[in-house]
Ligand binder design. Structure first.
Ligand code: ACO
Length: 278
């Protein structure tokens, strides 16, 4: 379902440029490296706590559109003291972000442009759920607003013991609209999601682990190693079986037990024919 949605949104994002040069990424506050089957996206504006702009989201979408086929694991991490302090606060000023406008200019645009721009931004997050990859957010320090939602857009969150998640949007008069509300509710349940979002409070490592927001908490210095170890574990399974299993797991909530059993059988038929069909 998430995949179909991602594809649909991708179709709306026809203006997403295909340019994923290091220069363009640097201008968008990102680095991108591929090492065999592992790709790493680094939020790289540490002096501004990895604040994100529309250019960041457009570049994220372009990375997704151009992801090398061999990649099976995508790691998203942040440089410096924070994972990400969320949207660039210049958006709230009349001047905005140079070349990218402001909330004032967005408010003056027509409804179609407005929806189109939001969908373009969301496309930068949605591809991280593709069945062909497993995405891991390596989160340390602050993950606020868009930073929290970027972590939520990944399949797994491995966090440092100094992590501080905060859904700040309602405190600023906004709603979280970068695809984070559904995974949050699915991970922690409706009541806890209401508590977290409508208070805009910080969620620290111990609570993140306890409520299912984080898969693993490690010391800050061990974060990279823990993510590498998890990537190695993920790569130890069969590539096609992993993608088929992820499709099944992603669809499970929306299906009845009978429908899910049928879906399992269909995926397994493909696996067995591929493995043993001669
Ligand atoms: N946008 C733009 N610049 C930012 C942002 C941001 N979201 N967050 C931090 N910065 C800048 C600061 O202005 C400062 O820049 P300067 O050195 O030129 O003055 C620099 O990053 C360092 O910030 P500090 O506040 O000094 O860093 P500190 O480590 O003490 O605090 C923290 C980090 C808690 C993340 C704090 O910066 C903060 O609260 N930032 C704003 C968070 C926010 O409200 N984000 C919007 C959420 S809503 C959404 O994302 C849709």
């Amino acid at each position: 379902m998430a995949e179909a949605q991602a594809r649909q949104l991708g179709e709306h994002a026809e203006n997403v440029t295909e340019d994923v040069s290091a220069e363009r990424l640097a201008e968008s506050g990102l680095r991108f490296e591929v090492d065999g089957e592992i790709a790493t996206i680094t939020l790289d504006r540490p002096d501004k706590r990895n604040a994100q702009t529309f250019a960041t989201w457009s570049a994220l979408a372009a990375i997704g559109d151009n992801l090398p086929e061999q990649v099976r694991v995508v790691v998203v991490k942040g440089e410096g003291p924070s994972f990400s302090a969320g949207i660039d606060l210049r958006m709230f000023t009349p001047e905005g972000v140079p070349g990218q406008g402001s909330f004032s200019s967005v408010a003056r645009s027509g409804d179609t442009d407005f929806e189109h721009n939001i969908r373009k931004a969301q496309a930068g997050f949605l591809w991280l759920r593709r069945p062909e990859i497993v995405s891991i957010a390596a989160v340390h320090g602050h993950a606020i607003g868009a930073g929290f939602q970027l972590a939520l857009s990944c399949d797994l969150r491995i966090v440092a013991d100094d992590v501080k998640f905060c859904m700040k949007e309602p405190a600023l008069g906004l709603v979280p609209d970068l695809t984070g509300t559904k995974p949050l509710v699915e991970l922690v349940g409706l009541a806890k999601a209401v508590d977290i979002c409508l208070t805009a409070r910080m969620v620290h490592a111990e609570e993140a682990m306890r409520i299912g927001l984080a898969e693993q908490v490690v010391a800050r210095d061990d974060l990279d190693r823990a993510v590498r170890d998890k990537a190695a574990e993920l790569l130890s399974t069969n590539r096609d079986a992993a993608a088929a299993t992820k499709r099944l797991l992603q669809g499970a909530r929306a299906r009845t037990l009978e429908e899910q059993s049928l879906a399992e059988g269909l995926e397994q038929a493909v696996r067995i024919k591929t493995l043993f069909g001669g």
